[in-house]
Write a protein that binds this ligand. Structure first.
Ligand code: MG
Length: 260
């Protein structure tokens, strides 16, 4: 049976029109080959055999899309433990998890290349200053920190403010909301590649803070360090996502990840 073709103007380059259909007969089998992609296959240009991507239902607003792994939905800490393998002890409050001095939390599962969404809020009552105000952090693979800090009218060193790649690069702009307000990070992360002891390619990160791109495809220098230049130590291709307990009652909610 032949399905009706929906012809949608996609690009008018050279008068070309792109046929979009679920019909497997759509496409070509006499066009040149593209370089092999991540699936290891060298498809033809407009290859009729090339599998179409799975359908994913987008989330409303910042809700997780249908194929995301929900790491925290406000109800329980079942996907988390301390970084020493003990039961997660952060406080559950108003649909959020709150740092309470019981130690860093990390996911039970490991992740490598991924898209990550999470929301955070620093304490509504701004106390202390610089690195002491609303400090926490999102550590991809347990090593690469995107800083969480109350950077609303709170001066600190540039590579340590909110959304900084801590100790390496300040965000392009300060997109911080006021203390107590919910803020978001959307992160695209590519893990480093190692061959034995050798670094083949560095980790790479793109970060949106409250919807504003503050890092675009930045290569990381290595694992986050304090008062030292970051460097790489080879590690496994997947590692837990870690949230830092820096002693300030920072809250997190709506955490989801899509491995890429
Ligand atoms: Mg921190």
């Amino acid at each position: 049976m032949k399905l009706a073709h929906a012809l949608i103007p996609f690009a008018a380059v050279g008068g070309a029109w792109l046929a979009r259909s679920q019909d497997a007969s759509v496409g070509y089998d006499d066009t040149p080959h593209l370089p092999a992609g991540r699936d290891g296959k060298a498809w033809r240009v407009h290859d009729k055999q090339r599998p179409v991507p799975p359908v994913v239902t987008p989330g409303e607003g910042t809700k997780p899309p249908s194929d995301a792994i929900v790491l925290f939905d406000g109800k329980d800490l079942s996907r988390w433990q301390t970084d020493s393998g003990k039961e997660a002890g952060w406080k559950l409050v108003d649909g959020a998890m709150e740092v309470n001095g019981t130690g860093n939390l990390q996911t039970r599962d490991g992740f490598g290349d991924c898209q990550l969404h999470l929301e955070w809020a620093t304490p509504a009552k701004a106390e202390s200053e610089s690195q002491g105000r609303g400090n926490s952090g999102v550590f991809l693979m347990g090593r690469y920190e995107v800083q969480v800090l109350d950077s609303y009218k709170n001066r600190t060193y540039a590579d340590g403010q909110a959304a900084a790649l801590y100790g390496q690069k300040p965000p392009e702009v300060n997109a911080c909301r006021a203390p107590g307000e919910w803020q978001s990070y959307d992160i695209l992360f590519r893990g480093p590649r190692f061959e034995g002891e050798k670094l083949v390619s560095p980790a790479n990160i793109t970060v949106f803070h409250n919807g504003i791109c503050v890092h675009h495809g930045v290569d990381l220098l290595g694992a986050t360090a304090h008062r030292a230049v970051a460097k790489y130590t080879p590690h496994e291709p997947k590692a837990p996502l870690l949230l830092q307990d820096h002693g300030n009652p920072v809250r997190y909610r709506n955490i989801w990840v899509r491995p890429l």
